[in-house]
Design a protein around this ligand. Sequence first.
Ligand code: HPA
Ligand code: ZN
Length: 349
Amino acid sequence: MHHPPAIDRERLPALLARMPKAELHIHIEGSLEPEMIFALAQRNGVTLPYASVQALRQAYAFTDLQSFLDIYYAGASVLLTEQDFYDMALAYLERAARDNVVHAEIFFDPQTHTARGVAMGTVITGLERACRDAQARWGLSSALILCFLRHLSEQEAFATLEQAQPYLGRFIGVGLDSSEVGHPPEKFARVFARCRELGLRRVAHAGEEGPPAYIWGALDSLHAERIDHGVQALGDPALVQRLARERIALTVCPLSNLKLRVFPTLATHNLQALLDAGLMATVNSDDPAYFGGYINDNFLQVFAALPQLTSTHAWQLAHNSFAASFVTPAQRSAWQDRLAEAFESCAQA
Ligand code: HPA
Ligand code: ZN
């Protein structure tokens, strides 16, 4: 693999911001900013249990994954119409374009909406229209990944897949999210097998709070092609070997891990250790409206906290983001060429 020129550490922040990148772990409902939650609540006549934007923001004091999920699902309750899903996604895509994201694979949680009587078609067509407009406006490529909520039953996941059947071809794959511990991947083996038969790509959250066994389960039972988070993998050397050998990407989310106390500080985050172990790590924002930063904030803050990270690591992370994306080989290498050009021009500046 062609390595980029080394770039001084003082110029790293500009490089991190400017380099083209793909975002592979973003929950669109997690991009809903408090201001938009209040605006949509007003537009839709939904009453929120918070008096103001500031009061809502003050509730964002999480202690673990579940304490976040409770507030995240409450925030999503303001989404009712196709236009709501469009507005939410377009706001994210506009913000991502400013961070030089050139491709985003976007998670959505349909069960959070269908449970409130919102139709699957309302969700998907709204999100899809925003994706199309982002391509036209900013040249930003994007695709949708439907996530099953793992705290619900596999039968409910099958019902969700059934509701999504008319929209096959409008999302590229499926994922698994929500409360991890107590809901191992094996619970969803049959529905993921069906998705595989349908030609859908497969990813799963595993090893965020859960043990390495859940990462094994995602690989063996779900045939997951990427692992979302996966930071607990380092506790299991045989698993590290497997992930490295099979080049399974980990979509790491540093600020999420900080806010949900997976690591006590960013300085103790294992991003560099994952890279040094030969794992295909990427950097992503997860739920940027809740965790205090979009993708470039994640890059900037984790590089600031881990002083051993260099421009070569930056290049590796961006290169991995394209390598792990579900696009054609031609598209992937076109973006990787643009990445190399960004490094060359930064080195010459
Ligand atoms: N983990 C699990 N479920 C989620 C997350 C997460 O980080 N974000 C949104 N749903
Ligand atoms: Zn996530």
